[in-house]
Write a protein that binds this ligand. Sequence first.
Ligand SMILES: C[S@@+](CC[C@H](N)C(=O)[O-])C[C@H]1O[C@@H](n2cnc3c(N)ncnc32)[C@H](O)[C@@H]1O
Length: 289
Amino acid sequence: MIQALRDARKGCGWTQRVLATKVGVSTQSIKRLEAGMGSVSTLVAVMGALEFRLTGLGPGKTLGEQLRNKRLARNWSLRKTADKTGLAVNTVVCLEGDGGSVASLQVLIQKLAPTARRRAPERAYWGQGDKEDRDARFTPPGLLGAVTEAFGSIDIDPCGHELSPVQAKRSILLSEGGDGLRDDWSGRLAFVNPPFSEQQKWLRRAHDQWSAGRIEVAVCLVPTRTDSQWFHEVLSQSASIYFLKGRVRFTDPRGRTQATPHSVMLVILGAAENEKVTLASQLPGVWML
Ligand SMILES: C[S@@+](CC[C@H](N)C(=O)[O-])C[C@H]1O[C@@H](n2cnc3c(N)ncnc32)[C@H](O)[C@@H]1O
């Protein structure tokens, strides 16, 4: 179970420190938990943050209830459970109240429900989960291939993610204390697939960095939203806009792939004509004239 918990954290793309911050405990507590130590209360909080559920226990809203119902289903009294596990009766009672230690919990589960395992994560829909979860959507390699074929290698990904397939010489990562909305961009080509919840902020940032000459070309992958005054008065005057045909399938940190519920476009600053021709030969879509 502990190994599965660690895998679930990594699947979310979270370091132990990020998970600790989300749960409101120290990084040391997460380290201890992943070494099979610490308290069940921390474990329960971590399971909640990771949407980690177990199958093979009894019904119930809490882990303690599930343990108790499994025990009752097996017709084990508290005494019998204590005898079978080598735990004290009080410890079993404590575990059934979501207390106690992870070490005792593992002993209890091993004897009471040896087949218990992680329940397959439910399929999430676009836009569900917390903000960070919704924002982490990775560009498909095929689209990245078309971009690099047309514009060359990517120098900077200002809104990167450790698990993303984007290969950039420099990635600005939140997890390393970076901030693509504040840190200077650098290099020739920036590839920008920003959090869709902050599309306008990122487009403005790309435009600022490009206007300031910090980068030569910016390729921004964003939802097709063209209604703002800024789009009409500024962006559309300086950018080449390519409307993609069909829906792009993004992958999330848990490895689930899903198409966007809306169309997307590439907003490109600094594109040369021959690069635009190459892009169109690689990726179905239409240029805004
Ligand atoms: C849509 S994902 C794109 C990931 C990657 N660039 C790709 O295309 O596969 C956007 C990422 O931006 C990150 N992010 C959000 N705000 C940021 C900021 N201010 N600075 C740097 N990265 C940020 C989020 O963590 C998220 O993983």
